[in-house]
Design a protein. Sequence first.
Length: 261
Amino acid sequence: MRRSLLPATRSATRSATRSAARLALLAACLPAPSVAAGWEAARFEPPAKTETATSGEGKMSGEGKQITCTTYRDLMVRESDTDTPDPEDASLVPLVNGAAPACAAAPGPGARILATAGQRFLGRTGGFLVFEQASTNGTVPFAVLDAGTGRTLIRDTTAEAGIDTFAVADGTLRLGFLRGVQGACSIPKHGAGCWARIARDGPLPPAVAALPAPVKACAGSYRAGKAPKDTPSIVSFPVRLTGTAPPTVEAGGPVRCAPTP
């Protein structure tokens, strides 16, 4: 015979139920995690399947590599060492009659090795694949590849969370972002001399290099971050890329500034 709950037990149960309901409501109100920080504007196509597996190709004897496979209707992107900050070159695996190989299996003879060492796969839009540096410090290198050939079309560097446009219209890529350039000197400490060095080493687009040194922007961000005055500066500015062969580049101000983390 089932016993009835004691009053204290019933009270605890009702309290736990209310707490669970509140947590569920809170979870429903929280935003879903983005594909990757900074790429919220990208409308990546949902893959048919994403899975992880362990292969026997470990760097050390007896260790397996974590493999991540992202499968679409016509291709699979196979990544290796995805549980480390330094993934290996990914592989582009064309699908035969839509059938994907086992994720743990080594890429077959039809696979293309991609020049993406150190990068993680973010997503696909039309005929383009996007990868981003897995481990960064202030600026974030990324690459856009041809989904058919695996050829790298664009390599650039964005400031963190700097992507604001990523779209494909009639096969033409349109990409807008804050390009991040890591300086080897401090603008708050060296002023226009450091700006000239960043323009030379960057290199900065001519329209941006001709702008005055962002001394005030740097001073404000350094104060806000309580960064030492001699911390090297990262500058960023809006860029618009259209097409890929090569892309048309539009760049200008305003120039932002931040201390290297």
